[in-house]
Structures are given as structure tokens and as C-alpha cells.
Write a new protein. Structure first.
Length: 128
């Protein structure tokens, strides 16, 4: 478990104006998770075969997942599977950015492969 509370807040705004006034689309999605239902794990992603983070011990069903790449230079490739997908897929997470999905399948482990050097990442899984 974690000693952190987590809030996920995603915003999508589309406008013809450069200051985003009079948006055509303005959607905010937000969810919060308390300490008892959040897993927060720092992980060091390595090059080559990568670093495997085992999640198969978690309950089944869709879970929110966020992976944050803390590096300032190197990207990380994350291999995951979402609920309903027959196979895993790879997502590239650029330096200083994050990846989020609301329907991570915990029966599929997470594999993080660093670009050219070892990269510090943080994994957040909610609904644990």
C-alpha cells in the first residue's frame, strides 16, 4: 500500500483561438484514490531486457495505471496490456512525461525498458 493520496485529473480543451477562449471541447475527468487503494512504487528502468514489475498478485479487473518518467533526457518504453486486449503493447514515455490508462490489466506485468541509460520511473496503480 501507499502513504500517498492520489488524484488523477485529465483535461481536454480544443479551441480555434490560441488563448483557448470559446472552446469547442472542454472536458475535465477527475478521480481520487485514498492511501488504502493506491500502490506507489519507484522503479529503475534499465536498458536491454528492461525491468519487470510484477502485478499478477493484484486482483483482476481494470485498474487505473500511471507511469511517470523522471529522467530529463531518456525515454522509456513500457509494455503493458489493458483489459480486453489479447496481447501486450508498447508505449513510449518521453523524458519528464507520463502515461495513463484507466483500464490496466494487472494479470499482465509491466516491463520498462530505458533508452540509453538507466531511468528512474514511478508507477501508480489505483484500486488495489
Amino acid at each position: 500500500m501507499s502513504d500517498r493520496n492520489v488524484r488523477v485529473r485529465l483535461s481536454l480543451v480544443s479551441s480555434l483561438n490560441s488563448d483557448y477562449s470559446r472552446p469547442e471541447v472542454d472536458v475535465l475527468w477527475e478521480d481520487e484514490f485514498d492511501q488504502e487503494e493506491t500502490m506507489y512504487v519507484p522503479v529503475q528502468a534499465v536498458t536491454g531486457g528492461g525491468t519487470t514489475f510484477t502485478t499478477s498478485f493484484l486482483t483482476t479487473g481494470a485498474m487505473p495505471l500511471a507511469i511517470f518518467n523522471e529522467d530529463g533526457t531518456n525515454f522509456v518504453n513500457a509494455t503493458i496490456r489493458t483489459v480486453g486486449q489479447a496481447a501486450t503493447f508498447v508505449v513510449r514515455i518521453r523524458a519528464g512525461e507520463f502515461f495513463y490508462t484507466a483500464d490496466f490489466d494487472p494479470q499482465s506485468n509491466i516491463v520498462l525498458v530505458a533508452d540509453t541509460a538507466s531511468v528512474a520511473c514511478r508507477i501508480f496503480i489505483a484500486g488495489t
